[in-house]
Design a protein around this ligand. Sequence first.
Ligand SMILES: [Fe+2]
Length: 357
Amino acid sequence: MDEQKRNIFIVDDEEPIRKVLNTHLAKEGYSVIQSSGGPSVFEMLKSNSFDLVISDIRMPEVDGIKVLDFVKESLGTVPVIMLTGLNDISIAIDVMKKGAFDFIMKPVRKEDLMNVVRKALVNRDLLVRNKELELENREYQLFLEQKVRERTKELNLKAMELQKAYGILKSMNIQFINVLAETIEAKDRHTRGHCNRMRQLCVELGTLAGLTPEELEMIEYASLLHDLGKIGINEAVLNKEGPLTEEECRHIKEHTLIGEKILNGVPLMEPVARIIVAHHENFNGTGYPRNLKGSDIPFAARIISVADLYDAMSSDRPYRKGLPLEVVMEEMRRVAGTQLDPGLVSLFIEGKVYRLE
Ligand SMILES: [Fe+2]
């Protein structure tokens, strides 16, 4: 900053001292305003802009401490240099503690005066710059915070829209799958309502088994679609009363692979395809189509097998009534470990999954 334009305020009740100071400072190009003290000092300080205050300590009415306090309180970064006599050294130390920048002993030597004044002004410039930076920093921080708030709001809105869109898609998906499931049931008159019951039983058993929401969603689809492949099975064979020939049996068993093939052509349905192809695998490896055994059979497919056997035995068929619960349970226990996963059979029975109906 240009030192020539600096304004310095001098307060001293002794005119000769003011004059000396004024002469020294004016020679160095500073602009000086003087005051002999008294209450008008505060008005003068308030109504002018100063870069530095030089104040005597001992003055009648308003002493240097009051001037210092006022400047510290009202003018923040303006440094105050105190003038002190030899007898005032302890007071000078006190004013330093109160925030004076420095003190000069009387009689004032020009060299001392200029030294302290320059230092005080450099210090003042640093303080002012520091305050400006703090302010800029704070403003920038507020600006960033505002940006973050706006962006968060936008993102939340987008997330809500996505959530909504996902909900719609999911509901369309399940509706579409329901239509498919009904199509399967329409083809096979033995199994009315079977798919929807399967869905309830499998989701309940899967929940008891501790499946994640994503796994439950997959099992929901797989339970509805497990017999999807029956679309490719001859209706006459599917609805035939009485025993099936070996060839007819082989044909019916193809529904697992047909279902898998259909779903493998649908993006995102591959996990469901892997489940439904295995819903006729037996726990001991004697099932079809791939003779998978134990934990090689997808867990969800083992759940479907348990629910499938239960539903096939307990529900009414056009040619017979559903079997009593005790008989069904007994049969399930009998095939636990051979046809069905024994752990899931226990869970099904102990968890009373059948109560859903
Ligand atoms: Fe099946």
